[in-house]
Design a protein around this ligand. Sequence first.
Ligand code: AMP
Ligand code: GLY
Length: 412
Amino acid sequence: MRILIVGEGGRESALAKNLHADSRVTKMFFAKGNATTESLGKNVPESSVVELRNLAIKEQIDLTIVGPEAPLVEGIVDEFRHHGLRIFGAKQRAAHLEGSKAFSKKFMQTYNIKTASAQVVDSYEAAKTCIEKHAYPLVIKASGLAGGKGVVICDTLAEAQATIHDFMIRRIYGDAGIQLVIEEYLEGFEASIIGFSNGSSIFTCIPVKDYKKVSDGDRGANTGGMGSVAPSPQFTQQHQADFEANILKPTLEGLRAELLDFKGFIFFGLMVTKKGCYLLEYNMRMGDPETQVILPLMENKLLDVIEDCLDGKEVELKFSDKKAVCLVMCSGGYPRNIETGFEIHGLDQVKQSEVLFAGAAQRADKVVTTGGRVLCLVATGATYEEAREKVYKDAIPVNFDYAFYREDIAKF
Ligand code: AMP
Ligand code: GLY
């Protein structure tokens, strides 16, 4: 099989390594890939939906897998299907569940999916009125895609006023801020549940804990994810039952009723409070760095799961009892201003972890930094401690200028 993976992060490196190890896979293409994918196949520059479609035709790609959200929202799945190309991912209408927080909140409300109470506002005047009446803290979300930065937790009315001004008048995230979702603040712990949809059912993976904040102790700015642990040690069987009854089941009913059925990934971002699981958001893709800890524990062949879902078959996901830990090494300044282009040293001294590059590229015989999240170290063990010790030990020799990482991943 000839496979195309769209994307360039640590998630795509994890997908690539997994599929590369499958003897059915003969050739892999990555648009645009990174230093890991370059060693497994061919990195290509195509980026628009049309360019990717032409590439898939020219290279006789048998299966395309989409990593990030933007191409899904742009309609890559509809376009590929239209040309008879096999692709795993949400079609454009379903991708709006991630691409528009207003649309997804209305969907959750319509189908009684347990979520924070919220109001969708379309005008600055309506936003002003809403924040004046609201209890604090409150959460303000730009409806459109804002690279993970469009959510602000406001403790005071003054902060909320500044935020709606930034989003709606200054338009700091462009059109993403034309509509806002203003919602109740929920207190609890977060969990990520990723599922595979076969068009009529969703098969879910073990719950994952993602470390979103940049600094130890969950302080500082929100990031794409500084590390992850699977399975989440906090998420109990009881939480799972609550999630299935009050979020998963009504989601399936809503997808059917709105003809939003698709064959691809779906990610439930949950807040688990004293009153149970609430859905914060849907993503129509695998998580990053969640994928990096799910795949090492998955006992099914990923290619079988994807192929079966595309054929509308039932899937029984199986996971080992081991624990997996992913530590993300970042460029100084991340998630704000970063400098790149630094050589990464000490990679040959990594002994017990897998290195998955993200913002890193191969340049002649060197690997250099190209992004904020540079690489992931992933290890498994019989216990969380064993897996954690492996990644932290291997992080010591790996170095590039201004590198940093969190010290408390998988420390419970
Ligand atoms: P979202 O993109 O909607 O998942 O929001 C990004 C992050 O903001 C989440 O991962 C949470 O950490 C936080 N967040 C979003 N909504 C809420 C809420 N209602 N209450 C508390 N924190 C939230
Ligand atoms: N790690 C969260 C995400 O992929 O959105």
